[in-house]
Design a protein around this ligand. Structure first.
Ligand code: PHE
Ligand code: NA
Length: 445
């Protein structure tokens, strides 16, 4: 079977940026920052994006482009007869864990879109936005129906081929989402009491740095947000043509993704403090904060409508990149069609998603890790452990298995002095930092 290729480098860029920008920037960034003290977290997160995120993103895409295979096949091809291909199975496991909760949260976003479409969220419901949200997510099957809808949309795009499916949507709706967020940030900053939120986000409380959890949270957020360590970027890289230059692409994706996260922070936190919402409300945070913002602003109903539409599309361009990982692998291994493979993988993820959704209702007492509910537990394993391990393995492949000239060539860095810096970041800095963060969290150091 002939593997697909992107039409142009722009096609790849749009798809890769589409993968990066999603619920991770708005929903996940806000609650993880809120849970981890704001400013200190933001600082660590930015440091990790620069020192590890963008360099490893370049490494990951280059592995895919060089090998022209899926997340398991690429490692088998580039490092035959070594255990490196196990990275691919970690990636596939992460894709199942992540998409099954991502689809649940995206389902919530579709429900909000629906409520702006029929006008029922233009003004606060009787029980308040927080109460209404709580009732909705704890319902036995309402949220699951919206999850199903999101999963079906994701599958339809993946089965028609990633290329046709997402290039067009990303060209229009990513800029639109950026514009709305910038507008919302200005509005949010103008609210009474907004300055508390700005302080929370930009004034680090240094004592927070003594807690090992904040490092792993920032690391996990950097990986999750950049779609890193799972093989999504590797798989997208495998559809690239050799003549496309990689370093500028990786940098562009990193800047774009970080921009969306910071601007989301400027929308959410001023409003969180202005409305007296608890910044550590966890996953529901933005779903409580946003409607309160829209209610206050002129024409907020329309803004909410367009916002949730753009958010759904941003989520879709991320979810297709997640589903593409197991689809590309199992198509090759099982010899199934793209159609059958994506439907079966998506269906399994949906069934897992039912469990995630019930974790907010009848299964809310189920806490697989510590006091974390089902969503938070799956997220923790995938984002904070599996993705960084995947990134570690990719860094070791490029830094220690490849020769230096192979590594530089794979990334179009031959003869570049920035390439030297990149090489040492990937070879030493990234692996050492990831290991230190793990050991610190485990209490070993
Ligand atoms: N980066 C995406 C987001 O921020 C989520 C994602 C994670 C996509 C891992 C692919 C792989 O929403
Ligand atoms: Na992101």
């Amino acid at each position: 079977m002939v593997r697909e290729k992107w039409g142009t480098k722009l096609g790849f860029m749009l798809a890769a940026m589409g993968s990066a920008v999603g619920l991770g920037n708005i929903w996940r960034f806000s609650f993880v920052a809120g849970n981890n003290g704001g400013g200190a977290f933001l600082l660590l997160y930015l440091a990790f994006v620069i020192l590890l995120g963008v360099p490893l993103l370049l490494a990951e895409v280059s592995i895919g482009r060089k090998a022209e295979s899926d997340v398991v096949g690429s490692f088998k091809k580039l490092a035959p007869n070594t255990p490196w291909y196990l990275t691919g199975f970690f990636g596939i496991a992460s894709s199942f864990l992540i998409l099954s909760f991502y689809a649940v949260v995206a389902g919530w976003a579709i429900f909000y879109f629906w409520n702006y479409l029929n006008g029922s969220y233009f003004t606060s419901p009787e029980v308040g936005y927080e109460g209404a949200f709580g009732q909705f997510i704890s319902h036995s099957w309402h949220p699951i129906a919206w999850t199903a809808l999101f999963m079906i949309l994701t599958i339809v795009i993946v089965l028609s081929g990633v290329k046709k499916g997402i290039e067009a949507a990303n060209k229009i709706f990513m800029p639109l989402l950026a514009l709305i967020l910038i507008g919302l940030a200005f509005f949010s900053l103008s609210l009474d009491g907004a300055s508390e939120g700005v302080k929370f986000l930009f004034q680090p409380d240094w004592t927070a740095l003594s807690d090992p959890s904040i490092y792993i949270a920032a690391l996990g957020q950097a990986f999750f947000s950049l779609s890193l360590g799972m093989g999504a970027m590797l798989t997208y890289g495998s559809y690239l043509r050799k003549e496309n230059k990689l370093p500028s692409a990786a940098l562009g994706i990193g800047i774009m993704d970080t921009f969306f996260a910071v601007i989301s922070g400027l929308v959410i936190f001023p409003a969180v403090f202005a409305f007296g919402i608890d910044p550590s409300s966890g996953p529901p945070l933005v779903f409580i904060t946003l409607p309160s913002i829209f209610e206050q602003m002129p024409m907020g109903g329309i803004v909410g409508l367009v916002f949730f539409f753009a958010l759904i599309l941003a989520s879709l361009s991320s979810s297709v990149s997640i589903l593409e990982v197991p689809t590309a692998y199992f198509m090759r291994i099982l010899g199934w069609t793209r159609f059958a493979t994506s439907v079966v993988m998506g269906a399994i993820m949906f069934v897992m998603g039912i469990g995630v959704s019930l974790g907010f209702g009848i299964w809310s007492g189920v806490t697989p890790i510590g006091d974390l509910n089902i969503l938070d537990s799956m997220d923790y394993i995938a984002s904070n452990i599996l993705l960084p391990l995947g990134g570690l393995s990719m860094a070791l492949l490029i830094g220690w298995y490849f020769s230096k000239s192979e590594a530089l060539e794979a990334t179009d860095f031959t003869g570049s002095s920035i390439g030297q810096i990149w090489y040492y970041l990937v070879k030493f800095v990234a692996p050492v930092m990831i290991l230190l963060i793990f050991l610190n969290k485990l209490g070993v150091i």
